[in-house]
Design a protein around this ligand. Structure first.
Ligand code: CU
Length: 306
């Protein structure tokens, strides 16, 4: 009886959360301060497919009743067992998650200058605590993202700052480029980011001048792409196109919410090792003309400020 009524209350709680997620306009007044929503009359084609508001992921430490709670302080250069919890609408650590892209939770850590990127997969250490080996080489301001879907809920990306004490030397955003080099691999990017639209991006992997055609599956696909917006580090889901071709091309659809610069981080696996190729791409106006030749874009004398 007691247990049944508790369960009943829990179910009601979940229903309220979902109602809030679906009908932002209705529920938002009670549960949270209304976000200032841009009145850009554009209708989002994805609204019916995936209930969410227009706020990109990763900008909030708490959303829809779920909160990311870091439990560990990190010191520069010291390997750390970084621990955290995700608490749910009942205030308790969440223990049940859906598997997405082969994992229950994806943990991304970047420096706030977007110069460094790590894509990690924490282990559940019991009692809802997640644990992951994390080394942050340099002092500075970092952003950590937990990308997950609680059992019975929809996907969320929560973000939290991770400060590392010491003398911080922020680096400038790397120049816009269509070619990245990593460990002897060359990855070239074709396609343009168009704000508010699903933009097709194709990444092509080669090594020693030859296309790589034996990429290995990683997280259920031949590549995994994370896009982060310069300026606020908004985190964007980028969906790979289903393909059974193991390269050299990997195709994604990215929808960026605004113009401006983005950092793209592509994880791909070849010869048993996961590598990350990174790019800076510009969405919308001011985008450099796609170069006919696949060379590194020259630094364009684009001196207007955003
Ligand atoms: Cu992951």
């Amino acid at each position: 009886m007691n247990t049944a009524s508790k369960l009943g209350a829990y179910a009601v709680g979940l229903a309220v959360v979902f109602g809030g997620a679906l009908g932002v306009g209705n529920a938002v007044g009670e549960s949270a301060p209304a976000p200032v929503r841009p009145s850009h009359g554009s209708t989002h084609a994805q609204v019916s497919a995936k209930p969410q508001d227009d706020t990109p992921g990763g900008l909030q430490v708490s959303q829809n009743g779920y909160t990311l709670n870091p439990l560990t302080t990190v010191k520069a250069g010291e390997p750390t067992d970084f621990r955290f919890t995700v608490t749910g609408p009942d205030g308790k650590p969440v223990t049940d998650y859906q598997v997405q892209h082969d994992k229950k939770l994806h943990f991304i850590v970047v420096s706030r200058d977007l110069a460094t990127f790590q894509h990690l997969h924490p282990e559940q250490a019991g009692d809802g605590v997640w644990s992951v080996k994390l080394t942050l080489a340099d002092p500075g301001a970092y952003r950590a993202y937990a990308d997950f879907a609680p059992a019975g809920g929809s996907g969320l990306t929560l973000g939290t700052d991770v400060p590392v004490a010491g003398d911080y030397q922020p680096r400038a955003l790397p120049a816009v480029t269509r070619t990245a080099q990593v460990d002897g691999y060359t990855v070239s990017l074709t396609g343009d980011l168009v704000p508010g639209q699903a933009s097709k991006l194709t990444l092509s992997v080669s090594k020693d001048g030859k296309p790589v055609t034996d990429l290995q599956p990683y997280l259920g696909a031949y590549g995994h792409l994370v896009a982060l917006r310069a300026g606020d580090l908004a985190y964007l889901h980028v969906h790979p196109e289903e393909s059974d071709k193991a390269g050299p091309e990997i195709t994604f659809y990215a929808e960026v919410p605004s113009g401006g610069d983005y950092r793209l981080f592509l994880d791909f696996q070849h010869a048993g090792k996961v590598r990350t190729a990174d790019f800076t791409a510009r969405a919308g106006a001011g985008q450099p003309k796609p170069a006919a030749e696949p060379s590194v874009s020259p630094s364009h004398g684009d001196d207007h400020t955003h």
